[in-house]
Design a binder for this molecule. Structure first.
Ligand SMILES: [Zn+2]
Length: 113
């Protein structure tokens, strides 16, 4: 039990409003932090996926070290996209697109070794 902010009567700590005075104790917590975190990851995976496709679509031959570096970056992007998908929140469409693009990039990358 916690004291009401307005009338100081003991009320349940999970109560969103005071049954004694009707005072609103806590506004519904918006889940923006985790959603924006998920959105950030979805955007990052999509951007990395597009960059990966663009880099691999170039005609120029990439050196082996460059390919390894790109592979690491693409894998990181893939991890971000998959994590973002697991959260099932904002930016799911972007996360799916990012995961698809990153998977394609990685396949092309592996094929070019
Ligand atoms: Zn109260």
């Amino acid at each position: 039990m916690v004291p009401c902010r307005y009338c100081c009567k003991d009320i349940h700590e999970q109560a969103s409003s005071c049954p004694q005075c009707g005072g609103v104790l806590k506004s519904p917590v918006p889940a923006t932090t985790s959603e924006s975190g998920s959105l950030w990851m979805a955007i990052a995976s999509l951007v990395l996926g597009v960059l990966g496709i663009l880099a691999l679509a170039e005609d120029s031959k990439h050196g082996k070290e460059e390919l390894i570096g790109m592979g690491i970056i693409l894998s990181a992007g893939l991890a971000l996209g998959v994590t973002s998908l697991g959260n099932k929140k904002a930016g799911k469409g972007m996360a799916i697109a990012g995961v698809v693009l990153l998977s394609l990039s990685l396949l092309v990358l592996l094929g070019s070794f």
